[in-house]
Design a protein around this ligand. Structure first.
Ligand code: ADP
Ligand code: MG
Length: 702
């Protein structure tokens, strides 16, 4: 809860003015006092220790040395004019160079004197150098001078800002000035009981010490406090939205578990449910009896059996007189769901309809009518399901597959189709680490299927290099001889689309040569084909008419062909971890041993190697997601853009997981005790929840 003062535009700060304000805004998005206050150092330089000249190297960021000046001279003409100073300690020589302010600096340096030098070392012809070092005559008094910082803050700056004398040092001065003037205006924004319970330092202390730490302990305390606060308000906002949402949106109550469900469960279901599936069904059952709209995210690895859970939940909805639908991101996947569900329920049980972009106008018209009069109970399709023309009589339960492709607005569009919004189950096969899910989907409840159906053999993953290609062909032959089918996947990205397609075609030619007709047949599916052609090729493979399917990532989502037991990924180093994991999940669905072969060149980047090693090492989607998050940071994960995690300034969603869990629990307790935040000690939150300047842009949070 900063005082209003911090909303003052930055140009009004002493030492800024219009021109500098302009660059601060453009380059660092600093437009008011608060933004500057929250421009935290990205590192600190330890000025408590001195290096010996022989110990420094070019990799060191900034170092401090003590050395005696032995020589100084001005060299060069005009553009090459420079001041060169030699200094030495008992281990070696260092050359100090200045290109600007030469005359003045030259005068201040006395030969024979010892100086404290501070700068970034570099090497030229094996000789240590420092350009434009900070320099101060050595004296015990200078070192012990009160208030002399031991840890110097270093700030991000830009070339442009440097032209305006706002390098790290310049920014430091501005911030020092700001703190000097307004430290007293930095007010506490957490209640005393939390500060005491979590042993936090005050907000003002934290702000001062994160910029100008008295010592390392104070710095750590400051960082902890600011991280806590940042995560706290993020969670407070998310959980409050969720609470408001549940108060605002009533939900249909599914009172009974009726005939359809029971009949399906006892007569149709071809396998026992896993414990995880049962647990999730129970969670959904509870949600749909409360009278509040359900918003639940169902996470489960590929093949963990999410679809059955979705179907059984839908049957409960239908038992209670409602309509249901499943929305998939692609036509292929919608089709697949349609087939799977039809197979599961059988012909005589309940009608299932499909609606996609390819549905004919005539068929569409009939569908629309039957939806409107409520006859049709299960509809499966693509986003065609939420077109304005589609009207339901009483849509009660919606399943959305592969969440990240449907934005928040699209979800909302579905809600608007009823006065009471349908319950929503979002299914995703992209596991998200728990802490990230808490933040990304803070407004959703989360269920996890963390158990594969019994009898599945874990997929074996191998990494082959290009020169092992013959071995790979041999392996393919061996598996096909056993009657298995094989996927071969090529990367395809827009920037190199032509080349990628050529790779795919060349690769297919080689394979056709290796595996000649009539014994072997190959299907090809890629993004440049017409949907009908794609479907035709897919169908040939599904029916077993072809043994090999060469494809780009179009098969990435959801396709289920139990007899396909080998997944070969070409140029595997070019895929991201979650993509690799998704692709691998296409196999391992039948009873046989399945394999995934990652083909790569010998040249692998550091991260590329980690990705492939991770794939070989584990099948666990959550473990893979953790590694992915570590490699890429949250900024590149789907959905993070709107989540607010990218606006975190101090906390880090990857490394501060433990703190995040603590904070989350703390916020949950607060809402349990005081859902309206009405208690006197919680009044303090309202200001922060309304104001923008709390380190988070609330607008971005859905
Ligand atoms: P997901 O959508 O999670 O990737 P699916 O629901 O498509 O997984 O299920 C994958 C396969 O496993 C399907 O063939 C499905 O019929 C089967 N399956 C689902 N649950 C079980 C279970 N409990 N036992 C055996 N097989 C199951
Ligand atoms: Mg699925």
């Amino acid at each position: 809860m900063n005082s209003q003062v911090f909303e003052t535009p930055i140009e009004y700060l002493r030492g800024v003015g219009l021109a500098r304000a302009d660059v601060l805004k453009k380059d660092l998005q600093i437009s008011n006092f608060d933004d500057l206050l929250r421009h935290f150092p990205y590192k600190y330089i330890d000025r408590t220790r001195f290096y010996k000249i022989k110990d420094i190297n070019a990799d060191m960021p900034y170092v401090q040395i003590l050395a005696r000046v032995t020589q100084k001279e001005i060299l060069g003409e005009k553009h090459t004019r420079r001041l060169v100073v030699q200094a030495l300690d008992d281990t070696g020589v260092i050359e100090l160079v200045w290109f600007q302010g030469i005359k003045w600096i030259e005068k201040t340096i006395t030969i024979g004197k010892v100086y404290v030098l501070f700068g970034k070392p570099s090497f030229f012809n094996g000789k240590a150098q420092m350009a434009h070092p900070e320099m101060e005559p050595y004296s015990t008094e200078a070192l012990q001078r009160k208030g002399n910082l031991t840890l110097q803050p270093v700030y991000n700056s830009t070339e442009k800002l440097k032209q305006f004398s706002l390098d790290s040092k310049g920014l430091q001065k501005l911030i020092a000035g700001l703190l000097e003037q307004h430290l007293k205006d930095i007010h506490e924004n957490l209640p005393l009981y939390l500060i005491n319970h979590f042993n936090l330092v005050s907000r003002a202390d934290a702000c001062r010490n994160i910029h100008f730490p008295e010592d390392a302990t104070k710095l750590n305390e400051a960082i902890y406090r600011l991280k806590f606060e940042e995560l706290f308000f993020l969670q407070l906002k998310l959980l409050r939205n969720k609470l408001l949402h549940s108060q605002k949106f009533k939900g249909n109550i599914f009172e009974t578990v009726g005939t359809l469900f029971n009949e399906f469960y006892h007569r149709k279901l071809p396998f026992p449910l896993t414990n995880a599936q049962k647990r999730v069904l129970k969670e959904i059952r509870q949600d749909t009896q409360r009278g509040v709209q359900m918003n639940r995210l169902l996470q489960g690895d590929v093949g963990s059996g999410k679809t059955v859970v979705a179907l059984m939940s839908m049957l409960i909805a239908i038992d209670n007189g409602f309509q249901t639908c499943i929305m998939a991101p692609t036509e292929i996947l919608a089709n697949q769901h349609y087939q799977t569900i039809k197979e599961l329920v059988g012909d005589d049980f309940i009608e299932v309809a499909l609606l996609t972009g390819s549905t004919s106008a005539k068929a569409r018209k009939v569908l629309h009518e039957r939806l409107e009069n409520g006859q049709l109970k299960i509809l499966i399709g693509t986003h065609a399901l939420i077109e304005d023309k589609v009207q339901y009589k009483n849509l009660g339960f919606v399943v959305i597959d592969e969440q990240h492709r449907f934005g928040v607005e699209q979800r909302a569009k579905l809600w608007r189709k009823n006065s009471i919004p349908p319950h929503i189950l979002v299914m995703t096969a992209t596991p998200i680490p728990r802490t990230l899910a808490m933040t990304l989907y803070g407004d959703l409840d989360i269920s996890v299927i963390d158990e594969l159906p019994a009898g599945r053999k874990p997929i074996q993953t191998l990494h082959f290099y290009e020169n092992q290609r013959l071995r790979m062909f041999g392996f393919m032959k061996q598996e096909m001889a056993k009657g298995r089918q094989i996927y071969v996947v090529y990367p395809l990205i827009q920037e190199s689309e032509k080349l990628d397609l050529k790779n795919l075609e060349d690769g297919t030619d080689v394979m056709a040569h290796e595996f000649p007709l009539p014994d072997y047949r190959i299907s090809i599916v890629h993004g440049k084909m017409k949907p009908t052609d794609k479907q035709f090729e897919m169908n040939r493979f599904i029916k077993g008419e072809t043994q090999i399917m060469v494809a780009t990532t179009v098969i990435e989502v959801g396709v289920n062909i139990p007899n396909a037991s080998v997944m070969i990924i070409e140029n595997a180093e070019r895929f991201g971890l979650s993509q690799l994991h998704q692709l691998r999940g296409r196999v391992g669905r039948g009873a046989e041993q399945s394999y995934c072969i990652l083909m790569s060149s010998h040249k692998l980047s550091h991260d590329g190697r980690i990705r492939l090693d991770t794939m070989v090492k584990t099948n666990n989607g959550f473990e893979i997601a953790e590694t992915d998050l570590r490699l890429r940071g949250p900024g590149n994960l789907d959905g993070t853009q709107q989540s607010g995690v990218l606006d975190l300034k101090v906390a880090n969603i990857v490394t501060d997981q433990e703190l995040l869990i603590t904070v989350r629990k703390c916020v949950e307790n607060i809402f349990e005790k005081d859902p309206q935040l009405a208690l006197p000690e919680h009044q303090i939150f309202h200001h922060s929840l309304q104001s923008k300047g709390q380190g988070l842009n609330w607008n971005k949070i859905s």
